[in-house]
Design a protein around this ligand. Structure first.
Ligand SMILES: NCc1[nH]cc(CCC(=O)O)c1CC(=O)O
Length: 330
């Protein structure tokens, strides 16, 4: 009888996208470690079940992660695959993020309601309703496209597209992450990729990347994940998360980022990060572009703090405090 393979259990949410993403990690690990077996254990989380309340009104930040972390701490799963964007910047003491696989497209995209002719955000007529539940997207739209209206659109990606396309829907278009649509093979729904240059829109910290959460002391799993990791993704995402953590806005901060690796004249690559904090009504804005030498976890974390300080010097602190005050007054 063949000896049984050493088996690892991967935890994930049970949404279609979460399962697809977990399949990507499982396939990469099977290829890198043919001697091991990788099983998937999926679970519906509080975040999946609560689709009625606007995301920005949730106080708990770990709706999507907490129950899976409990399974990992209890030893029922060995590591967890998340959309990095949904992972809180502060993890439980015993947990940490492992090396990250190559990032999918990190941009936001415009998706136009089926049957409407618009080819870009700039073409959407004044007074039209844009579907998004993200405070970051809402604030950036208010700043760059003040003639458009914004309305919540909740649920997983399939649900949001159905709400957008419904004949009696109020929406002309919606803003979504490219990564989710591409992974679900819905690229044909993408009308325009949005970035700082063509649309003045920056993406969310961690968008397009997968976060693999592990037990902090589990060096074996960390080494195993090193085989499928991609340093540029890991470092840029850690820097983005350090920036968000320093501004301490959690997922409800109207913070946009855009990271890119640029070739410097000395031959090494530098990390260039553009970042913006916008007041919800779009009237106030702090915007920076910073280059840094990032070649380790530590320098990535330090660079994120440096970008946060640059934003604060541009007035980001006041904008975030005002949002905090309004929340408390509710
Ligand atoms: N907030 C929900 C969410 N979390 C992760 C993705 C998919 C994209 C990604 O992995 O960044 C989405 C959907 C979206 O924002 O359109």
């Amino acid at each position: 009888m063949a000896p049984t393979k050493k088996t690892f259990t991967i935890g994930t949410r049970s949404s279609k996208l979460a399962l697809l993403q977990t399949d990507l990690v499982q396939a990469a690990l099977r290829q890198a470690h043919p001697d091991y077996e990788f099983k998937i254990l999926s679970k519906e989380t509080a975040g999946d079940l609560n689709t009625k309340i606007a995301l920005r009104d949730f106080n708990a930040k770990n709706l999507w992660t907490e129950e899976l972390e409990e399974l990992m701490i209890a030893g029922k799963v060995d590591f967890i695959v998340h959309s990095l964007k949904d992972v809180p910047t502060l993890l439980p003491d015993t947990c940490t993020l492992g090396p990250m696989m190559p990032r999918e497209d990190n941009r936001d995209v415009l998706v136009v309601k089926q049957g409407l002719p618009y080819k870009s955000l700039a073409e959407i007529p004044a007074g039209s309703v844009v579907g998004t539940s993200s405070i970051r997207r809402t604030a950036q739209l208010a700043r760059k496209y003040p003639h458009l209206k914004v309305q919540d659109i909740r649920g997983n990606i399939g649900t949001r597209l159905a709400k957008l396309d419904a004949e009696d829907s109020p929406y002309a278009c919606a803003i979504l992450a490219a990564a989710g649509l591409l992974r679900l093979e819905l690229a044909d729904r993408i009308t325009q990729y949005l970035d700082s240059k063509n649309a003045g829109m920056l993406y969310a910290v961690g968008q397009g990347a997968l976060g693999i959460e592990i037990r902090k002391e589990d060096t074996d799993i960390k080494e195993m994940l090193d085989q499928i990791g991609h340093q540029e993704t890991t470092f840029s995402c850690l820097a983005e998360r350090s920036l968000l953590r320093t501004l301490e806005g959690g997922c409800s901060a109207p913070l946009g980022v855009e990271s890119e690796w640029i070739q410097s004249s000395e031959g090494s690559k530098k990390l260039r990060m553009r970042s913006v904090v916008v007041s919800v009504d779009g009237t106030k804005c702090a915007e920076v572009e910073v280059d840094g030498d990032v070649d380790s976890t530590e320098s990535a974390e330090a660079f994120g703090i440096k970008v946060a300080e640059a934003l604060v010097a541009e007035g980001a602190g006041e904008i975030l405090e005002e949002i905090q005050r309004n929340k408390q007054a509710k």
